[in-house]
Every structure is written in structure tokens, then in C-alpha cells.
Design a protein around this ligand. Structure first.
Ligand code: C2E
Ligand code: CA
Ligand code: CA
Length: 575
């Protein structure tokens, strides 16, 4: 094995000094040996006597071959069949193949099939064969590696394509070492851009890129900025994680000071045992994302738990369409009560989805909503809920003679859909209800993510008569300045603010302050996640308009919800 010390920058120059692998496939031993002799000094030569044996070899070395020399006529599996088999695998198909043949016809046929070149039998002067082979290898490596730019201009690290190619070459350099993939990503990096501007965000990324480059250079590895604030490292296996974490955290803090942007590190150990290069990086990223909601954890390994979660998610994605068809989804309703009168009055409900899976049982939205939001499938689920909720409003109106407004959740992706307004108008019209009784919950972070678009879309929906509730308020980083110009009718205060108001004076003060803002903006406020009497009483005293939470009820199915309607009606009659 070549033990030369290689840094990222050396890669291009030292590439040629390593011994590449060449596979010779021929059923005649004499032919195999002749070629082997010619190439032995400069290449690691592997031998196979038919197509099947050759394919086993290709799989064993995970396709890390620089060239295949292929005879066409062989027993068991001939050259044509073997070549076809190679083309079926994206990685194997990249290996250049030179055909060894004595027939003119076969030359044409094989070139048409896409082989790189042919060498006529009987064999020519060894130097000519050698030169021909060198040239093809060089040509293919150049073609595969040299894309228009190799480096990410902001950080000086490899760009994505170049990095993927080099990871494969890295495997060839160090075939005997296990490797690790490290994914580095940040929580709330977009907040830095939003608050300090893009240029400042770029400065931080450049500094982090520099730190990563120093690290991979000293540990003889590779790194790239894959996109935005996501970095990948490919390294010989060792205890990298703690050092990397400290280094990046220090870099971040030295520029940013104290902030709630955190670095997350995901690791796939023995990454090279996974033959699909892209998949290796995906798995490290899965590990990295597994801690995106847990601010106390900074390092995560790809392990059985994540693998199981991934498989679970695959099942959910696979089953979504049939679940919609078979109506496995149920819409639950959670009451919202106006609390400023003597007695709480049922004012509306929030529609919340549940999935009753025939094999997995009841699945809570926390398990599938973020997943479907990520892959864009959420629209299908939302539309189902929108339709059901509209029909439910109509049904209650019919049954009780009163209108119970229902709010539905509108995902970030729905907002970007041009036909949204028309679609919602059609849904309410079809159910025979008014947009006035149909509330739309739009999460605060959707406002901060795509400001200019959301302005006009939400404003348009309001003009049509829909009421807009800004959901999860307090988690999405709206600035005060922004709040005054955003279009919405109601603020839904996220439950994290409510949780401690009865035990922590500062938490209470904060809610008081938010209520003042709401008053100033002239919007109503709903407090979510109210669980106990103390919280309820404090909120009532502070002047909060509406509350939603387990204190009144968990979300329940439409039948059970009717109890709240009937209670309300009875108390009205009594009054
Ligand atoms: P959300 O929109 O913030 O909905 C409120 C969540 O808080 C619901 O969880 C509700 O059951 C829960 N909750 C209500 N009161 C309390 C309380 O007093 N204490 C506690 N601890 N929790 C309370 P759920 O139904 O599990 O929904 C979770 C999230 O899933 C929702 O958060 C929403 O973001 C999403 N979701 C649910 N249904 C849909 C849907 O149809 N479409 C979309 N896009 N998202 C949905
Ligand atoms: Ca909601
Ligand atoms: Ca919410």
C-alpha cells in the first residue's frame, strides 16, 4: 500500500503516484499473464477468468478499479454479458473498460456499446499497450473529477461533486483503513442571516470552513461544504468528534458571541462499508438531524435507533397514499375557550390530525407531520383535514343551528402553492360554509422564512374573509419591527411560554409583555398548552382572550367534541 502522507491540496498532484487497480478478465491464462507482466510494475493487477468471477471481484473491491481489460469470448459469462451487468450499477458503470479482441466486427460492436477502447489480439508491443492503458485511465479520471470548479468559493473546501469523486479515490488510497463520515450542521443558522445579514453569515461560514480545512489537512482527510451550512468530512477513522465540536464551537462563539445557534455533529463510523457513496453522507446527516431538537446534545452517531427510525419513516411514506384512500386518518378537535366572561365560552376548535394505522396503531402527528413537511407530502394530508374540517363545521351547523368556527393548520409548503387561495375558497364553498368560520393557522416561522411572498398571500386570504392565526408565536424569531407589518388576526402563543407562568415570575412577566404587544397591535391572543387551573387563572387575570389546552380538553374525535357544544348550549339556555 502506498503510505504517502496526503493532504487535501496534495490530492491532485499525488494522484498519479499511487498504484491503481486494473482487472484483467480473460479465460486464457497465457493472455492474463502476458498483460499482467506488462502492467505489474505500475498497477495492482487483479485477475479473473470469466465474467462471473470478474463481477465478484468488482463487487469485492466495491468498484474501486481504475480500469477493466475484458476479453469477449469466455465460458460461464462472456464479456458482453459482464459489460451489461456493469452498466446496471451507477458506480460500476463509471469504470472504463478496454476490450481485448481479435475480430474486427467485435471492435465495432463493443465500441458502440460504449467501451472506452480496444486492444487487438495478438498483443502489440508492451509499451504501446501500457501507454494506451495509461491514457484511458487518465482520460476517465479527468472526466470524472475535473468539473468546472473544484472548490467552494466561500470556504475554500471542495465543492460537492468534486468531494464525492475524491471520497472514492480516498478509499483507493487507503483501502486498509476504516473511514468515518462526519456531517456538521447548525441549528438556526438562518436566524444569523435574518438578524445580521447574509454577509455576516458568509463570514461565519468562511471561518468555519477554514477551521475544518485545517483539521482535515492535519488528519489527512477530505471536506466539503455540501450546501448552505452543511459540511461533510471524510476521514480515516479516529476520535474526531470532540475535537471537531470544540473547534467549531469556539470559532462560532468567537465571531457570534453568546447565541442560540448551535453546531451539531453526526457521525457514521466505518462509512466505507456502505458501498453507495452518497448514502454514506445521507446516513451521517440523519445522525446529525436526529439531535436537531435537542439543544443539550451536540454529537450523534448513526446507530440502530436511527436506522429503525429511518425504516419506520419509510413505512409511513410508503403507506401514505393507501391511508388517505382508506380513510385511516381521523380529524380530532380541541376546543378553544373565550375566558374573559364570567364563565368560559366555547369559541372555536382546532382540527388536529391522527393516523390510525392498521398495523402500527395510533400514530401521533409528531411522528409524521415533520417527516411529510420535509419531503413535501404534507400537502396531501393537509387537504384531507381542510376538507373534513369544512364538512364538520357544516354538519354542526345543521345539527345544532350554531356555527363553531374551526381552525386548520396550513403548512409552510402550502403557502408557497399558488393555487392555495382558490383551493381554500372552493373547499369552504363546497361545504356551504363561510370563510368567516374557517380559521387558518400559519406557523410563525413560515412568516420569517419567506417574508415577501407570505405577505401578499396571507393578505389575499384575509381579503377573502379567512381569519389568520399566527401559530407557535414566540418560536419563529419575528422582530417587533416585523410584527407591526405582518398580516394576521390572532396570535397563538406557543405553549413553552405558558408552561411555567404559575411557578416562575419571569415567565409570567414575559407573557404579560407579549399580551401588551398584542394589545398594541390590536390583535387577539390565544394561549396554547394551558394545563392547570393556576395557569388559566393567571391568563384570565392578565386579559388573555382565548385559551386552548388540556385544562379544558385534549383533542377528541368529532362525536366526543359534541359534548362541549351541548354543554355550551345548555348553559346558554339556563342563563
Ligand atoms: P400545534 O399546531 O401547535 O398543535 C397543538 C398541539 O399541542 C397538539 O398536538 C395538541 O394536542 C397539543 N396540546 C394541546 N393542548 C396541550 C396541553 O395542554 N399540553 C400539551 N403538552 N400539549 C397540548 P398534536 O395534535 O400532537 O399536534 C402536534 C403538531 O402537529 C401540531 O402542533 C401541528 O404543528 C401538527 N399538526 C397536527 N395536525 C396537523 C395537520 O392537519 N396539518 C399540519 N400541517 N400539521 C398538523
Ligand atoms: Ca396549530
Ligand atoms: Ca401551535
Amino acid at each position: 500500500m502506498n503510505n504517502a502522507i496526503i493532504t487535501t491540496d496534495d490530492f491532485v498532484t499525488k494522484q498519479l503516484s499511487m498504484k491503481r487497480r486494473v482487472l484483467i478478465v480473460d479465460d486464457e491464462e497465457i493472455n492474463r499473464l502476458m498483460l499482467k507482466n506488462t502492467l505489474d510494475d505500475d498497477y495492482t493487477v487483479l485477475l479473473a477468468q470469466d465474467g462471473r468471477e470478474a463481477f465478484e471481484t468488482v463487487k469485492n473491491v466495491k468498484g474501486r478499479l481504475s480500469l477493466i481489460l475484458l476479453d469477449l469470448h469466455m465460458p460461464v459469462m462472456d464479456g458482453y454479458e459482464f459489460y451489461e451487468l456493469l452498466q446496471k450499477d451507477a458506480d460500476f458503470a463509471k469504470i472504463p473498460v478496454i476490450v481485448l479482441t481479435s475480430e474486427k466486427e467485435a471492435e465495432v460492436k463493443s465500441l458502440k456499446m460504449g467501451v472506452a477502447d480496444f486492444i487487438p489480439k495478438p498483443y502489440d508491443v508492451p509499451e504501446v499497450i501500457h501507454a494506451r492503458i495509461d491514457r484511458i485511465i487518465q482520460l476517465y479520471e479527468d472526466k470524472n473529477i475535473i468539473t468546472s470548479t473544484q472548490f467552494d468559493t466561500l470556504t475554500g473546501l471542495f465543492n460537492r461533486e468534486y468531494f464525492l469523486e475524491y471520497s472514492t479515490i480516498f478509499d483507493q488510497y487507503y483501502p486498509d483503513y476504516p473511514k468515518d463520515v462526519v456531517a456538521i450542521n447548525f441549528n438556526r443558522f438562518h436566524v444569523i442571516n435574518a438578524v445580521h445579514g447574509r454577509e455576516f453569515g458568509d463570514r461565519i461560514l468562511a471561518a468555519i470552513g477554514k477551521a475544518i480545512k485545517e483539521y482535515v489537512d492535519s488528519s489527512k482527510g477530505l471536506a466539503c461544504r455540501y450546501n448552505a451550512d452543511l459540511f461533510y468530512l471524510y476521514l480515516k477513522s479516529a476520535d474526531h468528534e470532540e475535537t471537531l465540536y470544540r473547534m467549531i464551537n469556539d470559532t462560532l462563539n468567537s465571531i457570534l458571541g453568546v447565541s442560540d445557534t448551535h453546531v451539531r455533529i453526526g457521525i457514521l463510523k466505518n462509512a466505507d462499508s456502505e458501498s453507495d457513496v452518497r448514502k454514506r453522507f445521507d446516513l451521517a446527516l440523519l445522525a446529525c438531524n436526529s439531535i436537531s431538537r435537542n439543544y443539550n446534545l451536540h454529537i450523534a452517531y448513526y446507530d440502530d435507533k436511527i436506522r429503525e427510525k429511518e425504516q419506520f419513516e419509510e413505512i409511513l411514506i410508503r403507506d401514505l397514499d393507501s391511508a388517505l384512500e382508506e380513510e385511516q386518518f381521523r380529524v380530532y378537535y380541541q376546543p378553544k375557550y373565550s375566558i374573559q366572561a364570567d364563565k368560559p365560552i366555547l369559541s372555536s376548535a382546532e382540527a388536529l390530525i391522527r393516523w390510525v394505522h392498521p398495523k402500527l396503531g395510533m400514530i401521533s402527528p409528531g411522528a409524521f407531520i415533520p417527516l411529510f413537511e420535509k419531503n413535501g407530502l404534507i400537502g396531501k394530508v393537509d387537504r384531507f383535514v381542510w376538507r373534513k374540517a369544512a364538512e364538520q363545521i357544516a354538519a354542526w351547523k345543521q345539527k345544532y343551528g350554531i356555527k363553531i368556527p374551526v381552525s386548520v393548520n396550513v403548512s409552510r409548503i402550502d403557502i408557497m402553492n399558488e393555487g392555495l387561495t382558490d383551493e381554500l375558497k372552493e373547499i369552504v364553498a363546497k361545504a356551504g360554509i363561510s370563510p368567516k368560520d374557517y380559521f387558518l393557522e400559519v406557523t410563525e416561522s413560515a412568516y420569517t422564512d419567506n417574508q415577501s411572498d407570505i405577505f401578499s398571500i396571507v393578505e389575499g386570504l384575509r381579503k377573502e374573509g379567512f381569519t389568520i392565526e399566527m401559530d407557535d408565536f414566540g418560536t419563529g424569531y419575528s422582530s417587533l419591527n416585523m410584527l407591526t407589518s405582518l398580516p394576521f388576526d390572532v396570535l397563538k402563543l406557543d405553549m413553552v411560554f405558558v408552561r411555567n407562568i404559575h411557578t416562575d415570575a419571569r415567565a409570567k412577566k414575559l407573557v404579560e409583555f407579549i399580551l401588551d404587544i398584542a394589545k398594541y397591535l390590536n390583535v387577539r391572543i390565544i394561549a396554547e398548552g394551558v394545563e392547570c387551573k393556576e395557569q388559566y387563572e393567571i391568563l384570565k387575570e392578565m386579559g388573555c382572550d382565548v385559551i386552548q389546552g388540556y385544562y379544558f380538553s385534549k383533542p377528541v374525535d368529532s362525536n366526543d367534541f359534541e359534548r362541549f357544544i351541548e354543554e355550551g348550549l345548555n348553559s346558554e339556555v339556563k342563563q
